[in-house]
Design a protein around this ligand. Structure first.
Ligand SMILES: C[S@@+](CC[C@H](N)C(=O)[O-])C[C@H]1O[C@@H](n2cnc3c(N)ncnc32)[C@H](O)[C@@H]1O
Length: 260
């Protein structure tokens, strides 16, 4: 009997969203630790790992072999959902990639998507676009959470076909958040909405304890950009610097609201 593969906080949080008894495909599986752990823990009944690079594909094959799971887990080489057949799995995990890549992968095989009931996504960027693009397609946001691993913060989404917050629910939350935030800090509501989508309506709604940290990181990124901009008198640069300062003010206002 092989020892249970140990997961770090990020993969553990992803695993916590996987429905009991489901069949799962892990797209961009790399080492395949997540699906192997889920099979060992008997959370899932079958897994398919997909990767589009030879090295990770072979590493995943080796993990499956080493853990003796070849009867319940397959590894396939290919792009996104292309190596999958319609109805083979009902849960998808796509983790550790940019948000744009994740959104692109979700479009690689529409018939497969028809049978997917749960999407667990961990984008490394463009998280607002993931929310903005999936909710209008009828996906419900069942949960989102922030997790820290080795000093880095990660966002994890669980979208479901059946349970969770619909686009209408999230828009209502955005409205209430806008009213609440603008009551205590002077931010024009017209620009606040963009930041609510960026930071996460549900995370703001629950005043997630990691959000002030995330806001500090975004502020630092903005300050770096301002610093790197040449001290030119060019109008476009002056305008861009002014906009970045305005964004920093808004982020500081939201942080103040979170901490009050
Ligand atoms: C940073 S690793 C993440 C591994 C694992 N999912 C995790 O979160 O720990 C990203 C993996 O995704 C794979 N990948 C990137 N784009 C892909 C695509 N379009 N289709 C399949 N795999 C892809 C890469 O080869 C790489 O192994």
């Amino acid at each position: 009997m092989n020892k249970l593969i140990k997961l770090g906080p990020r993969l553990k949080a992803i695993a916590s969203f996987v429905p009991q008894g489901t069949s799962l495909a892990d797209i961009g599986t790399d080492h395949a630790h997540l699906p192997v752990h889920l099979l060992q823990a008997k959370t899932i009944v079958k897994a398919i790992g997909v990767d589009n690079h030879q090295g990770p594909y072979e590493s995943a094959l080796e993990t499956v072999r080493a853990y003796g799971l070849a009867d319940v887990m397959e590894i396939r080489l290919g792009d996104g959902l292309v190596p999958l057949q319609k109805g083979e799995v009902e849960t998808l995990v796509i983790a550790g990639m940019g948000g744009k890549t994740i959104l692109k992968i979700l479009q690689t095989n529409p018939p497969v998507m028809e049978k997917i009931n749960t999407l667990i996504l961990q984008p490394q960027s463009y998280e607002d676009q993931v929310r903005i693009q999936l909710l209008p397609k009828g996906w419900k946001l069942k949960a989102e959470c922030l997790v820290t691993e080795e000093d880095l913060n990660y966002i994890i989404f669980c979208f479901s076909r059946f349970e969770g917050y619909s686009l209408i629910d999230i828009e209502k939350i955005c409205k209430e958040l806008t009213a609440d935030i603008t009551e205590s800090v002077p931010i024009p509501s017209s620009v606040l909405l963009r930041f609510i989508w960026k930071l996460g309506p549900l995370l703001l709604w629950h005043k997630d304890k990691l959000l002030p940290n995330i806001i500090d990181q975004i502020i630092q990124q903005r300050q770096k950009i301002i610093k790197s901009m040449t001290k030119t008198e060019r109008n476009e640069v002056k305008q861009a610097t002014k906009e970045l300062h305005a964004e920093i003010n808004i982020l500081e206002g939201i942080k103040k609201w979170l901490l009050q």
